[in-house]
Design a protein around this ligand. Structure first.
Ligand code: UGA
Length: 435
C-alpha cells in the first residue's frame, strides 16, 4: 500500500514508521522544513524508546521517506492519514480542529484516483462527517472515502502499542474503504488482533470513551487512596484485591498525584464539551476532571503538612517532572502544579528528571536543576517523588539519608518500601498507605 501521513508529530511519526515496518510505502509530511530535514538524517525530534532505530531501518529499506509538500504524496497514495494536532481550544475546552480541517482542504486539492482519507488524530464525534463534507465541497468529482481510525498509543510504549495492539478500531462506511483498511492492517492478523469495524461516529466515540474510562479508573483509585490513608488501609492491596476481579482488571489502578499528559486532560474536557452540546452531559467525566485538577493542587499541601505545616525556607528536592516516565513530555504534568504551589509557599525547589529538564526549565524558570537524583537529594529538607522513573527505584536509601539535610520523603508514586525507609530512620509518606 502507498500511504501518505499528514503530520509528523508524535502520532504521525510513530504510526508512519510502524506502517512502514508492516511493509507499506510511507511518506510522512510535515510543514516544518527543518524537522523534515532532520528526520531525513535520522534525527528524531521526540523521545520515544525504539523509534529512532525503527525510523532509520525503514528509511534505509526505502519504505519510509519525509517531505514538506503534501500534493505529490497525496496524489500517489491509496490511503492518506491525517495525524495533525488537536489541542484544547482556549476558553471552552473543546478540541481545536483548525489543523484537521485545513489538512482536509489541502488533501482535497491533491486527491488523484480513489483514495481513503483516514483520520488518526483524536477528534470529537462528527469530525469525520465534516472532513468528508469539506473534501466533497472542494472536489465534487473526487473518488474518496473518509475513515476514522483512532490511535491508542501510550507515550513510552507507543511502538509496542502500534505493533501489538489490544485492538484496532476502524469506522468505515463502504466496502471499498473497508478492504483498503483491512489490507493496511493485514500483518496484525498474524497475531490475531481483534479488528473492530464499525461506523465513523462509533469509532470516534470509542476513542474518547476509552480514555475517559481510564482517567476515571485512575481518579477512582486516587480517591480510594485518600480513604485508605484516613482509615489505616493499604491502597495497593485494595487495588490488587479489586483488580483480580476479571470484570475490573488490574491495570490503571496505580494511585498517584493525578493524571496528566497530552491525552487524558484534553480528551476528558473535549468529551464533556461534546456531550453537553449533544444534550447528553457526562456527569461522571465532569467530576473526574474536577477531582483530578483539585488533586494535583492538593499534592503540594500534602508535602507542606508532612513538613509540619510549613516549607518556608526549606529546600525541596524533586524527583521526576514529566507526566510519566520514559517521555520528555511535560504537558499537564502534575509537577507543574505541585512545584508552583511549593514555591508559592516559600520553598526552594531543586529538581532532577532524566529527560524532561530542558522543557521544565522553559516552563519553570525559577527552580534549580540537579545533575542526578542524588544531587537533588543533597542538602534537601524533604524529597518528593513526582514521576516513577525506573532508575529512582534503585536509589540507595542509605546514601540519600547521608546526603539529605533531613531524611524525609514524600513518595507520590509509591516507589519505595515504607517499612524499609522507616527502619532506616526516614520520615516517609506515600499515597494511600498506612502512615
Ligand atoms: C493515554 C492512553 O493510555 C493511550 O491508550 C492513548 O492512546 C493515549 O492516551 C492517547 O489518547 O493518545 P498516555 O497519555 O501516553 O496514553 O499515558 P498513560 O500511560 O495512559 O498515562 C496517563 C496519565 O495517567 C499519566 O499521568 C500517568 O501517570 C497516570 N496514571 C496512569 C496513573 O496515575 N495511574 C495509573 O495506574 C496509570
Amino acid at each position: 500500500m502507498r500511504i501518505a501521513m499528514v503530520g509528523s508529530g508524535y502520532v504521525g511519526l510513530v504510526s508512519g514508521a510502524c506502517l512502514a515496518q508492516f511493509g507499506h510505502d510511507v511518506i510522512c509530511i510535515d510543514k516544518v522544513a527543518d524537522k523534515v530535514g532532520r528526520l531525513r538524517k535520522g534525527e528524531i525530534p521526540i523521545y520515544e524508546p525504539g523509534l529512532d532505530k525503527l525510523v532509520v531501518d525503514n528509511v534505509r529499506a526505502g519504505r519510509l521517506t519525509f517531505d514538506t509538500s503534501l500534493a505529490e504524496a497525496v496524489g500517489n497514495a491509496e490511503a492518506v492519514f491525517i495525524a495533525v494536532g488537536t489541542p484544547t481550544r482556549r476558553g471552552d475546552g473543546h478540541a481545536d480542529l483548525t489543523f484537521v480541517y485545513s489538512a482536509a482542504a489541502e488533501i482535497a486539492e491533491a486527491l488523484r484516483g480513489y483514495t481513503v482519507v483516514v483520520i488518526k488524530s483524536t477528534v470529537p464525534v462528527g469530525t469525520g462527517r465534516e472532513v468528508s463534507r469539506i473534501i466533497r465541497e472542494a472536489r465534487p468529482e473526487a473518488e474518496f472515502d473518509v475513515v476514522s481510525n483512532p490511535e491508542f498509543l501510550r507515550e513510552g510504549a507507543a511502538i509496542e502499542d502500534f505493533m501489538k495492539p489490544d485492538r484496532v478500531i476502524i469506522g468505515v462506511e463502504t466496502n471499498r474503504a473497508h478492504d483498503v483498511m483491512a489490507a493496511i492492517y493485514r500483518p496484525l492478523n498474524l497475531i490475531q488482533t481483534p479488528i473492530v469495524f464499525t461506523n465513523i461516529e462509533t469509532a470516534e466515540v470509542t476513542k474518547y470513551a476509552g480514555n475517559a474510562f481510564l482517567a476515571t479508573k485512575i481518579t477512582f483509585i486516587n480517591e480510594i487512596a485518600d480513604l485508605c490513608e484516613k482509615v489505616g488501609a493499604d491502597v495497593h492491596d485494595v487495588a490488587r484485591g479489586i483488580g483480580l476481579d476479571g470484570r475490573i482488571g488490574r491495570k490503571f489502578l496505580h494511585p498517584g498525584p493525578g493524571f496528566g499528559g497530552s491525552c487524558f486532560p484534553k480528551d476528558t474536557l473535549a468529551l464533556a464539551y461534546t456531550a453537553r452540546q449533544a444534550n447528553a452531559p457526562q456527569t461522571i467525566v465532569e467530576q473526574v476532571i474536577e477531582v483530578n485538577d483539585t488533586r494535583k493542587k492538593r499534592m503540594a499541601q500534602k508535602v507542606i503538612e508532612f513538613c509540619h505545616g510549613s516549607v518556608t525556607g526549606l529546600t525541596v528536592g524533586v524527583l521526576g517532572l514529566t507526566f510519566k516516565p520514559n517521555t520528555d513530555d511535560m504537558r499537564d504534568a502534575p509537577s507543574l502544579d505541585i512545584v508552583a504551589a511549593l514555591e508559592a509557599a516559600g520553598a526552594q525547589v531543586v529538581a532532577f528528571d532524566p529527560a524532561g529538564m530542558k522543557e521544565a526549565a522553559r516552563l519553570m524558570p525559577s527552580i534549580s536543576f540537579a545533575e542526578s537524583a542524588y544531587d537533588a537529594a543533597s542538602g534537601a529538607d524533604v524529597l518528593v517523588v513526582i514521576t516513577e522513573w525506573p532508575e529512582f527505584r534503585g536509589l540507595d536509601p542509605r546514601r540519600l539519608k547521608q546526603l539529605m539535610r533531613q531524611p524525609r520523603i514524600v513518595d507520590l508514586r509509591n516507589i519505595f518500601e515504607p517499612e524499609e525507609l522507616r527502619s532506616l530512620g526516614f520520615a516517609y509518606d506515600g499515597v494511600g498507605r498506612r502512615r
